[in-house]
Ligand binder design. Sequence first.
Ligand SMILES: [Zn+2]
Length: 90
Amino acid sequence: MNMDAMPKLDVTGAICPRCGIGTLAPALVNETLRVGVNAVEVTTEANVCNYCAEHWFDPPAQAAIDAAIRRLRDGDTEHLTHRGEVYRAS
Ligand SMILES: [Zn+2]
C-alpha cells in the first residue's frame, strides 16, 4: 500500500465534530494502541481539537496506525522497538 497516494485532509480550523466547540489544528501525537494484552506506540500527525483534545486522523495517519496494529497482531516485532512491559496491578 502506498501511503503517499492517500490524500491528506486539511481540516485546520474546522469545528470539532465531537464537541462542536473547539477547532482542529495539526499536531504530532503519541498513540498507544492495544492489541490483546500487548501495546504498540505510534507517533503520527493528527488533527487535534483545542477544546476536547480529540484526535482525528487523516487517511495516511490511520494507515500508519493500522499498519502498526497489524504488525504487532501478526507477531512481526522484528521491525518494532521493544520499549518495556505492560503490567496489571489488580
Ligand atoms: Zn472537540
